[in-house]
Write a protein that binds this ligand. Structure first.
Ligand SMILES: Cc1cc2nc3c(=O)[nH]c(=O)nc-3n(C[C@H](O)[C@H](O)[C@H](O)COP(=O)(O)OP(=O)(O)OC[C@H]3O[C@@H](n4cnc5c(N)ncnc54)[C@H](O)[C@@H]3O)c2cc1C
Ligand code: FES
Length: 292
């Protein structure tokens, strides 16, 4: 019997190599063209490829960022594909590579491979109401989808954004959040776990936002990204609201090395997250042990 997962994987590798014979393993030298310190731990970067080449990504895809002599790490692309001349990353300083990356400023070079992986299936969202559920740094890849929708507003229905962070000072993209809040075309809901005196908004985990949101169940597609603990509760809450599993897409994070389906570091059973993910259609992984 033919193992269709392996056949699909081999075909997608061949298709990728066909399109990008050199780019699979060799990083392209890119330049940091803007930097902004968002929070104590997170910095935002605008990255420009040689000659302002378009990265050509889909929302939800990632790049492998390398610093020579240090290492390489997968980082989600946070800008919309509608931004062509440069792309954006938002990086949390957690270790070796990200610590060194945080020391770099405008004009510094870094290596970029990608874009890699499967992003959100935009066609499935087109014409539908879109429910975005982002926890913590999960808002980083979701912002690419949000800005794509904002830039192509007429192609989508309602845009409902639920964003949760541990505390107000950990909210990312602060300037943009104000725009989302004031935009009559966006239903923006934000919550934090721990408050400070100045915080006048909602307090509680992200699922506490759901009871106040009415969904057109047949016409709503959800995009969910957040820390592993969040998925269990968000999926339960969406089930309670009776949103069909077929209407849910989510992104998984696993340790990665090659990013292109060769090393097996990211493997969950037969699925290579770097190739078949990081964004999955929920029905495809809901029965995969250890996926969620
Ligand atoms: C598809 C994908 C997209 C990602 N997008 C982003 C992004 O947009 N922004 C961002 O800041 N980070 C993102 N990450 C996580 C990022 O890749 C890691 O934080 C990074 O690899 C850490 O590298 P380091 O050398 O700085 O840390 P290390 O020195 O390697 O490790 C520091 C600590 O973090 C732990 N750690 C490292 N990587 C991971 C991981 N993937 N999962 C769990 N624990 C880990 C280590 O065990 C160690 O405790 C993404 C990861 C994946 C797989
Ligand atoms: S990271 Fe090497 S196979 Fe996925």
């Amino acid at each position: 019997m033919v193992d269709t997962t392996l056949v699909r994987k081999a075909m997608s590798e061949l298709a990728y190599q066909d399109q990008n014979p050199m780019e699979l393993y060799y990083p392209e030298i890119a330049e940091i063209t803007k930097v902004n310190q968002f929070t104590e731990l997170e910095k935002w970067y605008e990255i420009t490829l040689p000659n302002g080449r378009d990265l050509g990504h889909q929302p939800g895809q990632f790049v492998q960022v390398s610093l020579f002599g240090v290492g390489e790490a997968p980082i989600s692309i946070t800008s919309s594909p509608t931004k062509k001349s440069a792309f954006e990353l938002c990086v949390r300083n957690v270790g070796m590579l990200t610590d060194k990356l945080h020391l770099l400023d405008v004009g510094s070079n870094l290596g970029i491979r990608g874009p890699f992986g499967k992003g959100f299936n935009i066609d499935a969202f087109r014409g539908k109401d879109v429910l975005i559920v982002g926890g913590g740094i999960g808002i980083v890849p979701l912002r690419s989808l949000i800005n794509y929708i904002i830039d192509n507003r007429q192609e989508f229905g309602r845009l409902i954004i639920c964003y949760g962070a541990k505390s107000p000072k950990e909210l990312l993209f602060a300037d943009e959040l104000k725009l989302w809040e004031s935009d009559p075309e966006i239903e923006y809901h934000v919550t934090v776990d721990n408050i400070i005196p100045e915080w006048k908004g909602h307090v509680g985990v992200i699922t506490t936002l759901f009871p106040n949101i009415e969904l057109d169940l047949e016409n709503t597609i959800a995009a969910v990204v957040g820390p592993p603990i969040m998925y269990k509760f968000v999926l339960m809450a969406l089930k309670t609201k009776q949103l069909p599993d077929e209407n849910i897409y989510l992104s998984l994070e696993r340790r990665m090395k090659c990013g292109v389906g060769k090393c097996g570091h990211c493997q969950i059973n037969q699925s290579y997250v770097c190739q078949e993910g990081p964004v999955y259609h929920y029905p495809d992984i809901k029965n995969l042990p250890e996926a969620i």
